[in-house]
Design a protein around this ligand. Sequence first.
Ligand SMILES: [Zn+2]
Length: 404
Amino acid sequence: MTLVLDHANVIGGASPGVVAGFAVTIEDGRIAAIEPAGRPAPAGAEVIDLGGAYLLPGLWDVHVHLEWPRIAAANVAELTVQYAANAAQGLLEAGVTSIRTAGTPHFIDVALKRAYASGRLLGPRIFAGGWFLTTTAGHALGTGFAKTCDGPMGFVRAIREQLEAGVDHVKLNLSGGIFGPSWDRHWHSFLLTEELEAAFAICRQRGYPVMAHATNPGAVKAAVRLGAHSVEHGYIMDDECLALLRERDTWYVPTLGITHLTPAQSATEWESCWVDQRGLTPDIIKRAEDAAPEHRGWFQKALRSGLKMALGSDLRPLRDSALLEMELWVKDGASPQQTIDAATRQAADLCGVGADLGTVEIGKIADLIVVRDNPLDDIHHLRALQLVVKDGRVVADHRSKRRA
Ligand SMILES: [Zn+2]
């Protein structure tokens, strides 16, 4: 099957900026040609005239939890249906074509990944991490997606179980967070050196990347020194953290939304709307607001120092998460181009599939979105979603629902 997306303004090609007036031809799920617009299409091709709309790679969110809303005492079947609905909605309504999960109970993410990859169910491409591994008195214990392990062999066994269940990476919790009881603070670290060394050793031996939740300088440095693939959050860092991240070529995923999305900090209708439905407690709001200025400062310093960074939100549901996080990147000083790159090509690189995904280039898998106006002028234009293409097939067409 051949699909031609004609009269496209392409963003996220080989070079930065907009390449205006092109036709992108997709054959068997991959981009086969990118040529000046308006040429005769191959016989039998389906042609969609984009009329100068903006075509870019599908969006990625590399820090996702699929539960939303949280159901008390939900069983596995309920969670599975809920997660599938949330993931599909993110794909169809926000153009999030790929995600990396950061903590999912019962390997529901592995099951969804397989169902989506088989084509029997429609949803985003998933890079699955299974359970969020922490300690007794660790982080995220109230979420339902944390598994507690204690002692070096506790971590080794839990990690081996994850590998056997089919995860792509291991989510390891090293420190506390913004959401949690009084003994779970982001400046607290949780693992003994022996536990850390054993956990990283088994991942290294089996060749699995570690996605490290690390929120203070000690945890960030331990994660990077032991070979983490990505450091998540980094609410508090220091210059040595940044130097180490760069020296070891480790990814940094800042998750700005966790500290930035509170009633007093909301600046747009989308932020206010999300904050209203989130129902944060006064304690959590204070924790987030206390942490936000320093978090912002390290994000900005990381951006300036040229670290490898990708966009991951830690927000939910998926329909809102990547878009909110991208808007926060821009609000904190990233350019729209930097932000889109972080949510496309860099995210694909982080997940190890940069050769096949993440840009609009010949030979790549056609996971694409079309938006009406230029998101490089205003990142909020990503919300004017017109088309979502996954594996070369139009899976959502919103054009008739939007005014010109
Ligand atoms: Zn998370």
